[in-house]
Design a protein around this ligand. Sequence first.
Ligand code: ADP
Ligand code: MG
Length: 274
Amino acid sequence: MTTTANSIDTARVELLLAELRLPGVKAIWPKLAAQSDKEGWPAARFLAALAEHEAADRTRRRIERHMTEARLPAGKTLATFDFDSVPMVSKAQVMALASGDAWLKNGANLLLFGPPGGGKSHLSAAIGLALVESGWRVLFQRTTDLVQRLQVARRELALEAALAKLDRYDLLILDDIAYVSKDQAETSVLFELIAARYERRSMLITANQPFGEWGRIFPDQAMTLAAIDRLVHHATILEMNVESYRRKAALDRKRGRGRPPAHTTPKELEKAPD
Ligand code: ADP
Ligand code: MG
């Protein structure tokens, strides 16, 4: 074996892999080829190892792209969500929802209700993150931001195209639907979005207000009812009626170790662990 022939082959392989757009294979093949030569692999095993590597690399890169496009708020994961603070929500049920499958395939919805600070945004982002990790496409949006974008599209006579573009997402997370303002409600783009996705593509919606207060979100009562009807037809509803986690955390800090002893009442001192 002449080294010249080898190095010519090497150069050709590098060029061809670049041309074929196989950066994963290009990066790994020298190492695998060396191992294959050393251990005397049959050609099929070498090829299988290369193909496996490329497939895994593509999956990883695709999930990375989906993670970027999802615009999830940072640091909100299921691991950092304290389920004990929301005893009315079943962790097992959330874990099942976070694995996707049936409900996303059927275009069913998930609605989270509860007062501000109860963990609705955190939980919806965490579910979104878990879904992206298992290969689904998700988009997280504050409802008012998305409605604003759709309003612009409508003005430019491109609402249908904008709605069709959102079809690529298996799950659309609309955070804080009740924050839609009066003038935004009048254009009814939100209703068109809900109608367009009905029974095809899933939505996860969070709301501080119960359905009874949704009259402000849509132009008239008939449309409000029609929207709610479509949303709840195939939906899981989680009520998170808990005290604000932010407030509770602040109070705990105040009561706990963080509080200077000079401000501690004798009764609290007695209860303190150390
Ligand atoms: P909401 O959207 O219901 O107003 P958020 O999800 O924004 O509430 O929660 C407020 C803050 O408290 C966030 O920083 C969130 O991460 C945190 N938080 C709320 N609930 C929990 C929980 N059960 N476990 C851990 N952090 C929580
Ligand atoms: Mg929120």
